[in-house]
Design a protein around this ligand. Structure first.
Ligand code: HEM
Ligand code: HEM
Length: 190
């Protein structure tokens, strides 16, 4: 069974926590705090009180209600960028490369698992760079077209993140119950 250094285990659980947080902010943005749904709600509630408001004013209110929650996307985003740097440093440790060496001794399943991890790392790096570009868009003076392309890429790769998260957790549960009993504990303690 593999062993993971304390530094690697800390990195893994911080990463899991930050990814869950980022996915939660996106879920809230698209559901309970959606500006489309809430602006319609504001218009209809105010009209039931005999007050009227324009569509643009309602949208501005709905976005203001959403703003404090979305700030967490950016805060967690910065932590994610720091965790990417932390992971790059871990490449120089045994824990950081053990899944990516001695490929000739690995079976097809182990090779596929390593490939999925590498794909995930690739996506995380692009998410971090595109997220930073979107955050500093005004200061960087990006053209509207470029900003739009970056946003589309960021939104598209979001799918890779949630799909990875589901496959990874399901994979660990299956491994734990089949031939890799104790795999979860290796990522918790020594
Ligand atoms: C909450 C449930 C989770 C459990 C029980 C869990 C458990 C594990 C275990 C046991 C391994 C080692 C697998 C091996 O032997 O190769 C691992 C690796 C890994 N986990 Fe998780 N994990 C969880 C969530 C997450 C989340 C949410 C992410 C990020 C989206 C994540 C990212 C990773 C990555 C990238 C690796 C590969 C490490 C390497 O580079 O070798 N994990 N996880
Ligand atoms: C796994 C990591 C990430 C995921 C899954 C993710 C997901 C998303 C999604 C789905 C959107 C589009 C929301 C919408 O318009 O409905 C978005 C927008 C955005 N993200 Fe991320 N993101 C991640 C990392 C980051 C990072 C690292 C940063 C910056 C440090 C960042 C900053 C932003 C910004 C500024 C926007 C644009 C918000 C707007 O147009 O109002 N994201 N993100």
């Amino acid at each position: 069974m593999k062993q993971w250094s304390l530094c690697f285990r800390v990195w893994h659980w911080l990463m899991a926590f930050v990814i869950f947080g980022l996915l939660a902010t996106v879920l809230l943005r698209k559901t309970f705090l959606s500006w489309r749904a809430n602006s319609e709600l504001i218009v209809s509630k105010l009209s039931s009180f005999g007050m009227s408001i324009t569509h643009d004013q309602a949208v501005s209110l709905a976005k203001a209600i959403r703003a404090p929650m979305w700030e967490w996307h950016i805060i967690l985003g910065y932590i994610l960028v720091a965790l990417v740097v932390y992971r790059i440093i871990l490449v120089f440790t045994h824990s950081g490369i053990q899944n990516y060496t001695n490929f000739d001794t690995k079976d097809l399943h182990q090779k596929a698992v390593s490939a999925v991890y590498l794909l995930f790392y690739g996506i995380i790096i692009i998410m971090s760079i595109s997220g930073l570009l979107l955050t500093f868009n005004d200061k960087l003076g990006l053209s509207e077209n470029f900003e739009h392309t970056i946003k589309e890429l960021h939104e598209f790769l979001f799918n890779g993140i949630w799909i990875y998260t589901i496959i990874h957790i399901a994979g660990v549960i299956i491994a734990e119950n089949k031939d890799e009993k104790g795999i979860t504990s290796t990522m918790i303690g020594k």
